[in-house]
Design a protein around this ligand. Structure first.
Ligand code: FAD
Length: 493
């Protein structure tokens, strides 16, 4: 049993720092003494506004009321991502958060669909998915009949403030100012305290490094090392701007590829977040800014936020008595909106593996193994979007198309092409439906289907496919327009 409160010091008050503070104080506040240090002068990265559905589970864990959260962050609903120009210029596909069709014990829906397509009796793959059709028809509701899987678009700055209020209400102490020095125990190398510009010293037992890409504790102090993945994910820069909304918000993120990367469009209740992600080797900052400015619809509200980044992960997320979370632990570009989710899994992992008294190496190793596996699986899913392209209109896309990829990903792509099987590894974030939608969307079409589907007559197959599509259409009929539902459920204005 712990006989004194363990002192947790969180360095950094961006999305990562405040998520960690809110979760630790909510779950273990009575036995922890939590202090968060942040510097308004340094500020936060100011982006990170698209999320994925597991956020709802995390919010439930923290007892967050969804309507209150959405009003506070001007949030909208997200049913997936529309990808434009990724496979080929002028072509679109959708990665939805839903399940497409109906699975059977032996084989996946795609095999029935492939046979149906061969016979000319199947619609587009997405027609068998509620979330896909709802997104494109601009429909959304939360109701018991038409259960829909969703996430959010949110204002990152407001989200950190929302979490801060909850964390402070549960006793988290906030210290404003710059960390001038990270002091270590001379024998163990463990971090002993943070020394502030003001001279104040903040001692701790466990330190969470949430200082963003600089990794003030994990890298600048502990020199943990960084594994770079830029050769697989060549984008290394982004420019973000906010604009006025010109149309009602749609319930999905847009990702539009260009000749040296892609750009995003994230609709919130009060404005739109826009950004251009690019490879600095293939596009200059000025060209990128011009491209972004000429692509936005509404009046520009902010100065361009130019961000350079390195794709990869810290070799150990947990080193000595320091755990890196958020950008301090590594970064995968925002194509599938995974970073905020990874902060939430990091905090959950810490709660599950919380040290029983002193820090033992076995717990550290377990934490690091789980963190590495999560990073690698998500990385491979993102690489898939670049590798499986038919584009060869620019040096950037030719590089992506020809690059060597990780062995596991190569195997998955081959398995899908040969057998229509989206292999799934236990515990991984992106499930069979996600892999299938992206592989098909990027142009990998299985060369055969499972012979078991031939046991159905053509008429039976047609009836089956029609019944699935009809169920989707019936459910669509029960949904409001996205904007109407927002106004009623969580209108912030
Ligand atoms: P930061 O926001 O950089 O916060 C660092 C904190 O540390 C700040 O409070 C700063 O003041 C403090 N600090 C640093 N040094 C000191 C010091 N010396 N003394 C005191 N305080 C200090 N994620 C998603 O999930 N969805 C998205 O759509 C998405 N889009 C993104 C787009 C881009 C271009 C990028 C680069 C990232 C995106 N992300 C996205 C990732 C997301 O922005 C981050 O995961 C999230 O904002 C967490 O950032 P952070 O808290 O780790 O770092």
């Amino acid at each position: 049993m712990l006989n004194k409160k363990m002192k947790i010091v969180i360095a950094g008050g961006g999305t990562a720092g405040w998520i960690a503070a809110a979760a630790l104080s909510n779950q273990m506040g009575e036995i922890l003494d939590v202090t968060l240090v942040e510097s308004q002068e340094i500020g936060t990265i100011g982006v990170g506004e698209a999320t994925i559905p597991p956020m709802r589970t995390f919010h439930r864990l923290l007892g967050i009321n969804e309507q209150e959260f959405m009003r506070a962050t001007n949030a909208t609903f997200k049913l997936g991502i529309q990808f434009e120009n990724w496979k080929q210029i002028g072509e679109k596909y959708f990665h939805s958060f839903g399940i497409t069709g109906k699975q059977t014990l032996i084989t996946d829906f795609i095999h029935f669909w492939l046979r149906g397509r061969e016979l000319g009796i199947a619609n587009e793959f997405g027609d068998y998915c509620l979330e896909y059709k709802a997104a494109l028809k601009d429909r959304f509701s939360i109701n018991d009949q038409a259960k829909i899987n969703y996430a959010f678009h949110l204002d990152a700055g407001r989200y950190a403030s929302f979490l801060r209020a909850r964390a402070e209400a549960r006793g988290v102490k906030r210290v404003e100012g710059k960390i001038a020095e990270v002091q270590q125990n001379p024998e163990s190398g463990f971090i002993a305290s943070l020394k502030m510009d003001s001279g104040q010293e903040i001692p701790g037992d466990l330190f969470l490094d949430c200082t963003g890409m600089r990794g003030l504790l994990i890298e600048q102090t502990l020199q943990t090392g960084f594994e770079e993945w830029g050769h697989w994910l060549p984008c290394d820069s982004a420019i973000a701007i906010q604009t006025e909304s010109t149309t009602p918000a749609v319930p999905y993120t847009k990702s539009i590829a260009h000749h040296a990367g892609w750009r995003w469009k994230i609709p919130l209740q009060h404005r739109v977040g826009n950004g251009l992600v690019f490879s600095g080797q293939h596009l200059s900052k000025d060209e990128a800014l011009n491209m972004l400015l000429s692509s936005v619809d509404g009046k520009v509200l902010t100065e361009p936020n130019v961000i350079k980044f390195k794709t990869g992960r810290r070799k150990k997320s947990w080193n000595k008595n320091c755990i890196a979370m958020g950008l301090a632990s590594g970064f995968l570009e925002p194509l599938e909106s995974t970073s905020i989710h990874m902060i939430m899994t990091a905090v959950t992992r810490l709660l599950q593996l919380f040290p029983h008294g002193e820090i033992r190496q076995s717990i550290v190793d377990e934490y690091n193994a789980q963190a590495e596996s999560e990073f690698v699986r998500i990385r491979d899913f993102i690489i898939l979007h670049y590798k499986a392209t038919e584009r060869d209109d620019s040096p950037f896309w030719r590089y992506c198309k020809d690059m060597e990829i990780p062995v596991d990903l190569k195997h998955r792509m081959e398995l899908f092409k040969d057998f229509g099987k989206s292999n799934q590894v236990e515990g991984e974030l992106f499930r069979l439906d996600s892999w299938t939608q992206v592989m098909l969307g990027q142009g990998i079409v299985p060369s055969s289907y499972h012979p078991i589907v031939e046991l159905m007559s053509e008429q039976e197959l047609q009836n089956f496919l029609k019944s699935v599509a009809a169920e989707v259409d019936k459910n669509i009929g029960m949904l409001s327009t996205h904007q109407d539902f927002i106004n009623k459920y969580c209108g912030a204005m």
